[in-house]
Design a protein around this ligand. Sequence first.
Ligand SMILES: Cc1cc2nc3c(=O)[nH]c(=O)nc-3n(C[C@H](O)[C@H](O)[C@H](O)COP(=O)(O)OP(=O)(O)OC[C@H]3O[C@@H](n4cnc5c(N)ncnc54)[C@H](O)[C@@H]3O)c2cc1C
Length: 419
Amino acid sequence: MRIAIAGAGIAGLCTAWLLDPVHEVVVFESQPRIGGHVLTLAVPDGPDGQAAVDVGAQHIAPGAFRLFSRLLRELRLAAQTFDVPLSTTLMHHPYSTPLLVSPHASSSDRARSTILGDEWAAVGRLVSGAAEWAAEDNSWATPLSELIEPLPVTREHKDMLLYPLLASFFGCDTTQVKETSARAATAFLIAVPPATDDDAPVWHNLHTGLGAVAGALAAQLERGRIRTDLGVKLLRRVGDQVEVTDSAGRSHTVDRIVLATHPDEAARVIAPLPGTDRLVDALNTFTYVDVLVAAHTDPAYMPPNRRHWSTNNVTVHDGWAETSTWYGAAGVDVFKSWVTHRDRPPRKPVAQASFRQLCLTPAAVRARPQVIAAQGEGGVHFAGHHLHHLDSQESALASAVDVARTLAPAAPRLERLLK
Ligand SMILES: Cc1cc2nc3c(=O)[nH]c(=O)nc-3n(C[C@H](O)[C@H](O)[C@H](O)COP(=O)(O)OP(=O)(O)OC[C@H]3O[C@@H](n4cnc5c(N)ncnc54)[C@H](O)[C@@H]3O)c2cc1C
């Protein structure tokens, strides 16, 4: 079959890689570069050195990201992974003493001072509550407030610590986070259990950055092609086939199309097709927050005392909770910071990029089965992070696997990935 794919983020690239060379795929990407929410930049560190900074997606949960870990092996990138203890410092602007400095790694803690106390106990109660909800497979459509409010934790700790901590994962404000899916909001918190109480959960980063994954997926296409700077504008059904009009106004006739874009963009593309009103409504239920992320070497957003530096340093200010991620685990003083609402930009940012982060609401959780039920109707399929539990690399890949299971169940790459 000839298959068009809209979007060269991880979902679209994985779909193309899985279907190739069984089918002839052509990927349309509206931006000049591939990768979507994966963007790796080289940040100069000292006169000779450079650090690969993932301005978008960065962390991989070993164990929890089963498919993605296998993909790294298939792409021969597994050797590029290194351990990153996800320690957290949380502070309220303009107060300079953090409320919380969580453990990093028991072996390195001589250079650090933790601040634990009642705040750490409150985080522990949240983690236990979230783990119980996961073990009981509680509905993903229950809002976060229903998990946090009954916890035996003071009002102050809920408002000053727990809601801001979780809001910092998604770029939403500290009130909006209460209405997001509790399971989605806490999934990153419980994905990797720490080895001991004195250790942070250890996630993986890639020395090359995750951009190497996008690059390897594209490089391994045998028959497939990627067209950048060329989006999918609209679709028309022509008999059993689909006519795709690209952003340059040219038409392409294909047997199937996979929309691996964000759901609101997929809704816009399919809206002119007859009989899609309910599906368009379902796709438009997903809500995103616009965020601006900078890569820089200025420690502007770090705690004043270096002994309080963590991998993730969250500043709570004006109803927002924004993270500055320190590349200390890679041995460099390079930072990646959410700067959407900060009162000042970092000095000499190397680069900054805009992204959209999914704030998964109970309404979107309920709408998702409608999108999944419509898979393949009229030759139109959907892929993307929004189709699995939470906004992650693993979800993007899992959505591509779902499409490949339907369109090329015996594809060699799919079989190797699922073996
Ligand atoms: C700042 C940030 C940090 C993150 N950190 C992590 C992390 O540490 N770990 C993790 O697992 N996940 C993380 N995520 C989430 C992760 O990045 C996403 O889940 C995943 O990369 C999304 O992949 P995708 O292919 O579904 O979407 P995207 O990467 O958004 O790709 C969609 C693509 O479609 C293109 N497109 C849109 N419209 C059209 C059109 N009409 N025609 C053609 N192309 C079109 C877009 O340009 C884009 O390239 C993070 C996200 C952000 C924003």
